[in-house]
Design a protein around this ligand. Structure first.
Ligand code: 13P
Ligand code: SF4
Length: 303
């Protein structure tokens, strides 16, 4: 059944010259039919190289907007219009403008998990895997990092030479993970290494053996000599790693680390997008497009 739907998608994709991009948090059956998979950084790079006239982005809205900004002449479809990222929508543009007025000599760094509108008032974007490198390269010593105070705090610890100001935003999925979850998991799986996403709170990152983006976590687990890991990020990564490394053991840090937005897209949604019967074409207002593009271009230049 799943194979039949996948084959139909593959046929339509070829006939209609469609490229499918899928974030690593998508289900295995979607990753299997995607042309490119990876973390936010890998996907934003791929987006600019894609030749096809139509791109279906299996992920959340800000990812589809990033693809559109990097490929304005392509038809970019968000695989499920209901898939947003709560963190991306957490901060209001007027509020950030007000903070900027209070801190005029700060460079404003936006995590890529922001709306395009919010990017228009920022200087540069970063992804979880490029944030450290880009913040280090920024000329100004004062940085206002939005919206994720956990990722920002993790960067700040590694860059004591910079003065990094944080606001209140966070990923509600990763921020649920706690020190208690770590202690419980370590007790249940003694000897397993703890790998976490830097969107987790400091009390979790501090106890980790490794913190990094989705792709960096997967790379670490695949190439490590260790054979057991506790995974502190969206639980789809536990499934993907278990399939990729059947001889190793992977345990979720918490059974609750599930992003319902990332899970919103189904294989049938992708099929219906290919048929032209579902999904939302991303259309951006000209001014928002130009402002957000400046911020993303700067990320590519510095990254
Ligand atoms: P990555 O940068 O690892 O792709 O993470 C994106 C994301 O939404 C994590 O919650
Ligand atoms: Fe957004 Fe968090 Fe879901 Fe990632 S896991 S898409 S940051 S809500």
């Amino acid at each position: 059944m799943i194979k039949d739907i996948q084959n139909e998608i593959l046929k339509l994709k070829k006939e209609k010259d469609i490229c499918i991009l899928a974030h690593s948090y998508q289900s295995p059956e979607i990753l299997e039919i995607a042309d490119f998979t990876g973390d936010s950084f890998a996907l934003s790079q791929r987006a600019s190289e894609v030749q096809s006239k139509t791109v279906i982005m299996c992920g959340v809205r800000f990812m589809a907007e990033t693809v559109k900004i990097l490929s304005p002449d392509k038809k970019v479809i968000l695989s499920n219009p209901a898939a947003g990222c709560p963190m991306a929508e957490m901060l209001d543009v007027e509020y950030v403008k007000e903070v900027k007025r209070q801190y005029p000599d700060y460079a404003v760094v936006a995590y890529i998990n922001t709306t395009s509108e919010l990017k228009t008032v920022c200087d540069v974007c970063v992804t979880s895997s490029s944030a450290l490198k880009i913040c280090r390269k920024i000329e100004k010593d004062n940085i206002l990092f939005i919206p994720d105070c956990n990722l920002g705090g993790w960067i700040a610890k590694q860059l004591p030479e910079k003065n990094i100001k944080l606001l209140d935003g966070c990923c509600p999925v990763h921020a649920k993970l706690s020190r208690e979850d770590v202690l419980k998991a370590k007790q249940l799986h003694p000897g397993a290494l703890l790998l976490v996403h830097p969107e987790c709170r400091a009390e979790v990152c501090e106890l980790a053996d490794f913190a990094g983006s989705t792709t960096e976590i997967m790379h670490f687990a695949k190439t490590s000599e260790a054979d057991a890991f506790i995974i502190g990020t969206e639980n789809s990564i536990v499934t993907h790693l278990q399939l990729a490394c059947p001889d190793k053991k992977f345990y979720p840090l918490s059974n609750e680390c599930i992003c319902s937005d990332m899970k919103a897209t189904t294989l049938v949604d992708v099929l219906n997008c290919c048929k032209g019967e579902f999904g939302e074409e991303i259309i951006l207002d000209d001014e928002i497009y130009r402002g957000a593009k400046r911020c993303i271009d700067e990320m590519i230049r510095l990254g």
